[in-house]
Design a protein around this ligand. Structure first.
Ligand code: UD1
Length: 441
């Protein structure tokens, strides 16, 4: 049986082969690389990003930057962005809905060329994903912003620092503010900012370019604008989403996975959550390994950093299906990020969605009808099936669910996975998972 078909390109057949065991070297952070590529637009000479993951989002962002005239060289794990040849401030409409990066280009492009156009934002279908915080922030800098049917027009010549308070610590909106404030005239104070490690990586990159940026302990960025930024060269930190996903892939199948290339400080909440469930960690200079049988149930809610990351919840829900007893997951960052639960049910998982806030205190969605909590009665065997991957994180969750299932599965829409995960086919195969590429992307 198959759920609603999307425009799927790649198709994989998954043949479970017992516990996944082995080592995975995670790539540089997907959620930071593209932002650093955008930041490079603000400099006067080429900037270099090292330890870049090789995934579809990097290629897409490179295409967008090239369409503006920028030089982008992708060589192995390095990305070099030369902003000097930029001659247009319009991101072509063909990038409409591609990912969430164009909106971040508005501030830098207005700084460089006095105007900008970006097509409508895309990204994973995990909620309504408005861009109102971005637009309000840009207006606070004195930028004139107009929404059109195709996208967003912006213009401005006198961009001044501003005092901005975000209604919610949005990662993207914080990045918009940092990218706009760095070259604005005067001081910007951003309150209730996101402080995710990837946001801090962007701030560090901008600091290397010459920006005056301080992060105060109370979620407050203070940025002293400067009139000129130079190039930067920075190595990306390891992808904490990828790291967590493979650690859980080992646990779900009763195996043991060692991840290298992602520092422990990016995984503190993830490690403590899995340890509370009874997982055993071995953490040293080599990497982070986890194993564990007979794990205990948990009640987990997602939160902005340093809380339990929303991108970690889908693999965790798959793990819940294999843990005897009732576990609870409460998603508080995106209102509609539990769509993958239907696929787990199709595979035999006992799980029920609720619009109430279960597991943790009431969140922004407590009076809405969004079904953002799930109760999983674990310990039921999963069986293989045929599924479409709706987004990156759900896609990975389906692979590990298929790896833990009895019988084979067929997964459509593998391009979702490849957009966000570095060398995902090779990495799963190296852990012992049987994957047949039925149709390549
Ligand atoms: C980024 C990450 C994504 C991660 C998320 C939260 C990238 C490419 N993606 O997404 O993997 O899950 O952070 O850690 O880095 N919001 C508004 N209005 C806005 C902006 C956001 O209402 O203008 C809301 C969103 O709908 C959501 C919440 O704020 O409910 C958080 O979104 P945000 O942190 O902005 O996520 P992204 O930056 O899109």
């Amino acid at each position: 049986m198959c759920n609603a078909r999307t425009m799927s390109e790649g198709i994989w057949g998954i043949q479970p082969a017992g516990p996944l065991r082995g080592e995975v070297e995670v790539g540089g952070s997907k959620n930071a690389v593209t932002k650093l590529m955008v930041a490079a637009l603000l400099g006067d000479r080429p900037s270099t990003i090292l330890n870049s993951p090789s995934n579809g989002d990097v290629a897409l962002t490179a295409g967008m930057l090239r369409s503006l005239g920028a030089g982008v060289a992708l060589e192995g794990r390095s990305v070099v962005v030369d902003p000097s040849p930029i001659d247009t401030a319009r991101v072509p409409l063909r990038y409409s809905g591609a990912n969430r990066i164009p909106i971040l280009m508005l501030g830098p492009l207005v700084h460089r060329l006095g105007e900008a156009f970006v097509p409508l934002a895309g990204g994973d279908r995990i909620g309504t994903r408005p861009v109102d915080y971005h637009l309000e922030a840009l207006r606070a800098f004195g930028i004139e912003v107009t929404e059109t049917v195709d996208g967003i027009e912006a213009k401005g010549t006198n961009i001044r620092g501003a005092r901005i308070r975000l209604p919610f610590p949005s990662v993207g909106a914080t990045e918009t503010v940092l990218l706009t404030a760095a070259l604005a005239e005067g001081r910007t104070v951003l309150e209730n900012a996101a402080v995710e490690p990837e946001v801090v990586e962007l701030a560090l990159f901008l600091q290397r370019m010459g920006a005056g940026i301080e992060l105060q302990p109370d979620r407050r960025f203070v940025i002293e604008g400067t009139s000129h930024l130079g190039p930067a060269r920075q190595r990306l930190g390891g992808d904490r989403i990828e790291a967590f996903s493979y650690l859980v892939a080992g646990l779900v199948t009763g195996g043991r996975v060692l991840v290298r290339g992602c520092s422990q400080d990016r995984l503190v909440t993830a490690i403590s959550t899995l340890r509370r469930m009874g997982a055993t960690f071995d953490i040293n200079e080599e990497g982070i390994a986890v194993e564990g049988r007979g794990l205990r149930t948990a009640a987990v809610h997602t939160d902005p950093h340093p809380g339990f990351m929303t991108d970690w919840q889908a693999p965790l829900a798959v793990l819940f299906t294999q843990v005897q007893g009732m576990s609870i997951l409460h998603e508080t960052v995106f209102e509609d990020r539990l769509g993958y639960v239907a696929a787990l049910q199709q595979m035999g998982a006992e799980a029920e969605l609720f619009d109430q806030c279960l597991g943790g205190s009431a969140c922004r969605f407590h009076e809405s009808s969004w079904r953002h909590s799930v109760v999983v009665r674990g310990g039921t065997p999963l069986h293989g099936t045929e599924l479409d991957m709706p987004d990156i994180r759900a896609g990975f969750a389906y692979v590990i669910a298929a790896a833990a299932a009895e019988g084979g599965s067929v997964l459509h829409g593998v391009e979702q996975l490849e957009r966000g995960y570095d060398s995902v086919l090779e990495k799963f195969r190296s852990l012992g998972l049987g994957i047949t590429v039925i149709e390549s992307t």
